[in-house]
Design a protein around this ligand. Structure first.
Ligand code: FAD
Length: 403
């Protein structure tokens, strides 16, 4: 029993990239945590899964990286961006964390759930939250059911919505939304065997089209294709035809895919772009529940990891009485927003699949062949370097001067 009579200090709804790390970090700090998910693990979810070096660094900090590498998931040391006339190819990481990984969500999410349980969080899989309890304007718990048995009520000092883009917790607490943008891109992906990537994450940028490929577990390669959201409905009738037609825009890659074998069905979607205020009386939001941007830059997983760390730190301060809840959680929101806003702007611009603005084309053409500048661009897309820094006057001047 926690101090004020609630059964738990925190109930976390959702146990994937945001929820399990939040539960794990809170439990490691001695808090009594329940984490629930209507899914059971291992299980897949609608998402590709490039984990850029900052996400890999989180896993290492948490002591989980060796478990990931033990699954045989191949490291990715090079990012290549094929703009048609030229290819920018660079290293995405830092000396500490030089590589990315592309683990299947079946692998990654299971590893995270297990780590939460090992840290002492109570994990309830196959448990669906039906209702968020609100009393006198304050969230006090959840009501839900397991796969067998009736409805149960659980109470906590804080309920954390880590329940993804369609968050029930967010719907219940109706947080302020800001910087909203509509769906911009529709993306579809599948898995191929016999399509070796040699440690490379490759992307192709073409008018109104973009696609990417990288290696994952079990000697498979994921290939995702995106077209403008305006074509979402029309292209639904022939996903495969549109997907394969797009690959022909890079004939050498299309040949490689023709020689490979498709091992899964095509799946995909389009997502909204938004920030939500991530806290209020008795509640918090982490991961996609609190902030989402298009998947074209593949930042959702490491963003969720970062949120989990920021949110768990703030909640620990609040739960232990070191700071007022409002103060600590206000810091979480401010830090999150400040870190992600420049990448949010770049991502939503790229997701429109419009030709890059003239200045950007000039810059990338100048970066072509300049290894330091190409590494710099790879690190921007990887979330290692802020776009604000790479596109600063000084940095642009340096790249243009060495042309
Ligand atoms: C097509 C696509 C491709 C993507 N590619 C990448 C990529 O390459 N790299 C990357 O970093 N990101 C990618 N993303 C984004 C990434 O998937 C998300 O940012 C990430 O999954 C967010 O994790 P999360 O834990 O917040 O939410 P989720 O992974 O959505 O997990 C939410 C969990 O909450 C549970 N839940 C929801 N409601 C309830 C309820 N009422 N009761 C109990 N449980 C509930 C769900 O079962 C689910 O397990 C992609 C997204 C899409 C759609």
């Amino acid at each position: 029993m926690s101090m004020d009579g609630n059964r738990y200090d925190a109930i976390v709804v959702g146990a994937r990239c945001a929820g399990s790390p939040t539960a794990m970090l809170l439990a490691r700090r001695g808090h009594k945590v329940l984490v629930v998910d209507r899914a059971t693990f291992p299980s897949d979810t609608l998402s590709t899964h490039i984990v850029h070096p900052p996400g890999v660094a989180s896993l290492r900090r948490w002591g989980l990286l060796e478990r990931l590498t033990a699954t045989g998931c191949p490291p990715i040391h090079t990012y290549a961006f094929d703009f048609g006339p030229f290819v920018i190819s660079g290293a995405p990481g830092t000396d500490d964390t030089p590589v990315a990984y592309g683990p299947r969500r079946t692998v990654l999410d299971k590893l995270l759930v297990d780590a939460a349980a090992e840290a002492g969080a109570e994990v309830r899989e196959g448990f669906t939250v039906e209702e968020v309890l609100i009393e006198d304007g304050r969230v006090t718990g959840v009501r839900g059911h397991g796969r067998r048995g009736g409805t149960v009520t659980e109470r906590a000092r804080v309920v954390v919505g880590a329940d993804g883009r369609h968050s029930l917790v967010a719907r219940a607490v109706r947080p302020e939304q800001y910087h909203e943008k509509p769906q911009l891109l529709a993306g579809y992906y599948t898995y191929w065997s016999g399509l070796p990537m040699e440690g490379r994450f490759e992307t192709w940028i073409r008018p109104d089209r973009g696609f990417a490929a990288w290696p994952t577990n079990d000697d498979l390669t994921v290939v995702i294709c995106g077209w403008p959201f305006a074509e979402f409905e029309a292209n639904k009738d022939d996903i495969e035809g549109n997907y394969l037609k797009m690959l022909e825009l890079a004939p050498e890659f299309a040949d490689r895919v023709r020689a490979a074998t498709r091992e899964a069905r095509y799946v995909g979607t389009a997502v909204l772009n938004y920030f939500r205020r991530p806290y209020g009386p008795g509640w918090a939001l982490v991961g996609d529940a609190g902030y989402n941007k298009d998947f074209i830059t593949g930042h959702g997983i490491h963003d969720a990891f970062r949120d989990a760390e920021l949110c768990a730190t703030a909640m620990d301060e609040a739960l232990s009485g070191a700071s007022a809840f409002e103060t600590a959680m206000g810091r979480y929101q401010a830090t999150r927003d400040q870190r992600v806003l420049p990448m949010y702007e770049l991502t939503t611009q790229l997701a429109m699949l419009e030709p890059p603005p003239l200045e950007l084309r000039h810059l990338l053409a100048a970066a072509n062949g300049n290894q330091e500048a190409m590494d710099g661009f790879a690190r921007v897309i990887a979330g290692v370097t802020s776009p604000a820094e790479y596109f600063s006057e000084e940095s642009v001047g340096r790249i243009l001067a060495t042309r």
